[in-house]
Design a protein around this ligand. Structure first.
Ligand code: MOS
Length: 694
């Protein structure tokens, strides 16, 4: 084995790790150009209505305030693709927290004081922000997020249910949830004549540039968007957000570079959330525990600004062999902030419900829940009839059970007491689709023997630039330390965002292609390289197959152990173990972090995370990390991630599936199922906070 044989898959450390931990990595709000000003937005304080009056005199009189922009004096922008970006364009207020103004000042403090001094008056209309399963305004959308049909049906689900030996008909509720990345959404914008340069905290600069071009009526090549370091996003930075538009607008109006970092308490209303989902699951089974019918119906909300439908019934189209299958989504457009992507949209809440129901069915049948899943393993993808490119769910379940020690579990609920604690364990499956998009990349051989690879990827903390260097080194047959990688600059060319667990596959395919081409060019080259080096380009448009004759998904299995305190009602997760089958794992260190991070986020979803829409106030009540509880170190006792290395020739040159999202899928269900095993009580609403459990 040579040094390069081992580079792909090796537990290589993050290239930017030292910069990050020493504080030298620059984030979007940290580019102090000379003369830089700061902006602070003004959120609407009513739920539904219109602005009738704007008084900016006292704000403008404050020291350091440079400008106040509202719909009255803000420049008219072009029409964005995403209507949530049409800020300060008209007087309407579609939800509380919608921005109705922005103040630009010499300092952050002056901008904040200015924003507090702006007086806005409104006309209000009655509002409706409360989702119910029978909401009279709920309708069946054309399609759900991801372009999936809203409704699918095979066989006779109702007839099959009616004649099933065992039937289950249960409802679950997942509340609204928020991404809350460590770094809030922030942008620094700078105009130079009619050229715009932006540092943006984003999961992808291509989409940001496209929208800015539309809004400011500029050719894309006059705009540069960079996102060198991004402190998390979890989907909320997958699309441009209002702060980049306001920063660019403010910079143009004042002729100054402007930074706008959204205050955390403004995030919940303007950067998306996971919409609440109300699930009705009906399962029918024969005496042998084989599903005869599976019906998963979801009701969710969207805003009046745009339609986003959390595709939570979609995983039921993939998971189990049921001769009769119906999946359906309904959505109600309410006066709420606009929902959007949050880590594994669709799969995450959908699998919470489906995997909880499978656990209930197992209990009903007296079949082991691992065994029940194995018995319902499909030959082909139930929805499409396509063969799986690879599917190792059963292996994940068996390997997880072995590692977890599932065999020694007493299946009876409430069978393990330890003083005031009830101990239990639970299992749930995981799945996430394999997605891929076109991308461009280049690879250059330099006269000093090094290589420069350029691809407009974004590294949102995942280790993307590190794994791309590994992919390049592997394709070039070069030592890893000879490969430099440049990412996160719209000037490099188009690339998909870091999302849909598709980044590595998409960027990596282009990098691989460029490096293979470069190797060919170098083989033909004789003599020393020219000063500028030798460059090969790749564009995978038309070659990455988004449509495949194969059903391509990653799978996994979660095992959880909990201790429920019968005095306080507190649930502690004492152990979480996941086994995943996601193609080749390209970096064992960063992949483990992704899996563990996702599982931990699922733990938070199970126990503490909860955004409440106040029916009167009309907005989310929890608007900071003191009220929106994400797991802290003390909550995360023992999390293990393992994987089964899969051979799958139907993926990409690296043989990889995405790993960014599957860790959260099913994690909350495993915890919930463990709580049932511990207590004998079935909770069907998240989160499992002490007040609900006691
Ligand atoms: Mo992810 S929710 O696709 O960024």
């Amino acid at each position: 084995m040579t040094a390069t044989d081992a580079v792909l898959g090796a537990p290589v450390e993050r290239r930017e790790g030292r910069e990050k931990v020493t504080g030298t990595a620059r984030y979007a709000a940290e580019f102090p150009a000379p003369g830089r000003a700061h902006a602070w937005p003004v959120p609407a304080t009513v739920v539904r209505g219109r602005v009738t009056g704007v008084d900016t005199a006292s704000a403008l009189a404050l020291p350091g305030v440079l400008a106040v922009l509202t719909h009255v004096n803000a420049p008219r922008l072009g029409v964005p693709d995403d209507p949530t970006l049409a800020v300060l364009q008209d007087p309407r207020v579609p939800h509380r927290g919608w921005f109705v103004g922005v103040v630009v000042a010499e300092t952050l403090e002056a901008a904040r004081a200015g924003a507090a001094a702006v007086r806005i008056t409104y006309d209000t209309e009655p509002h409706d922000v409360t989702l119910t399963a029978s909401h009279s305004g709920a309708y069946v959308p054309e399609s759900a997020n991801g372009g999936f049909p809203a409704v699918t049906e095979q066989g006779d689900p109702d007839g099959a249910l009616a004649s099933s030996a065992t039937r289950l008909d249960v409802e679950y509720r997942v509340p609204p949830l928020h991404n809350h990345p460590m770094e809030p959404h922030a942008s620094t914008a700078h105009w130079d004549g009619d050229r715009l340069a932006v540092h943006c905290s984003s999961q992808g600069t291509t989409a940001v540039r496209k929208e800015l071009a539309r809004l400011f009526a500029l050719p894309e090549d006059r705009i540069t968007v960079r996102a060198e370091h991004v402190g998390g996003g979890f989907g909320s930075k997958g699309t441009p957000r209002p702060e980049v538009v306001l920063a660019a607008m403010a910079a143009r109006e004042t002729g100054r570079p402007v930074t706008l970092a959204l205050p955390r308490r403004y995030l919940p209303a303007v950067v998306g959330h996971r919409a609440p989902t109300l699930h009705r699951l009906r399962l029918g089974a024969d005496r042998g525990g084989r599903l005869t019918s599976l019906v998963h119906e979801v009701t969710t909300h969207t805003s009046r600004v745009k339609e986003f439908v959390e595709q939570a019934a979609v995983p039921a189209r993939v998971m189990y062999a049921a001769p009769a299958l119906r999946t359906a989504h309904r959505v109600a457009a309410l006066d709420v902030p606009t929902p959007s992507w949050m880590r594994a949209p669709g799969e995450c809440p959908g699998m919470y419900a489906l995997e909880s129901a499978m656990d209930e069915l197992a209990a009903e049948l007296g079949v082991d829940p691992v065994e029940l899943r194995i018995r319902n393993e499909p030959e082909r993808e139930p929805d499409s009839g396509r063969p799986f490119s690879s599917r190792h769910l059963v292996e994940c379940l068996r390997e997880g059970a072995r590692r977890f020690g599932w065999e020694s579990r007493d299946p009876r609920p409430r069978s393990h007491e330890a003083g005031p604690l009830l101990i239990g364990s639970g299992v749930a499956s995981a799945t996430y689709p394999v997605l891929v998009s076109p991308c461009v990349a280049s690879a250059r051989a330099l006269p000093d023997g090094g290589f420069l690879v350029r691809v407009n990827a974004t590294d949102i903390g995942t280790g993307a630039r590190t794994v791309l260097a590994q992919i390049a080194a592997d394709a070039l047959g070069a030592r890893l330390d000879r490969v430099r990688v440049e990412v996160a600059d719209s000037g490099i060319g188009f690339a998909p965002m870091a999302g849909g667990s598709s980044g590595t596959a998409s960027w990596g395919s282009a990098v691989h292609q460029a490096c293979v081409r470069l190797t060919g060019l170098l083989a033909e080259h004789s003599g020393p390289l020219p000063d500028e080096g030798v460059t090969a380009e790749a564009d995978t448009s038309g070659t990455v197959d988004a449509e495949s004759p194969f059903a391509r998904h990653a799978f996994g299995a979660h095992f959880a152990e909990v201790a429920v305190d019968t005095v306080s009602g507190e649930v502690r997760v004492t152990r979480l173990l996941g086994v995943f089958a996601a193609g080749h794992i390209l970096n064992a260190r960063t992949a483990r972090s992704q899996f563990i991070g996702g599982m931990t986020m699922g733990l938070g979803m199970a126990l503490t995370e909860d955004s409440t829409v106040d029916p009167v106030f009309g907005d989310f009540v929890e608007r900071d990390l003191a009220a929106y509880h994400v797991p802290a170190h003390a909550d995360v006792a023992d999390v293990e991630a393992h994987w089964i290395d899969e051979e799958d020739d139907h993926l990409n040159p690296m043989g990889s599936k995405g790993i960014g999202e599957i860790g959260i899928v099913g994690s909350a269900a495993a915890v919930g199922n463990a709580v049932h095993h511990a207590t004998g009580i079935r909770f069907r609403e998240l989160p499992l906070t002490p007040d609900g459990v006691l």
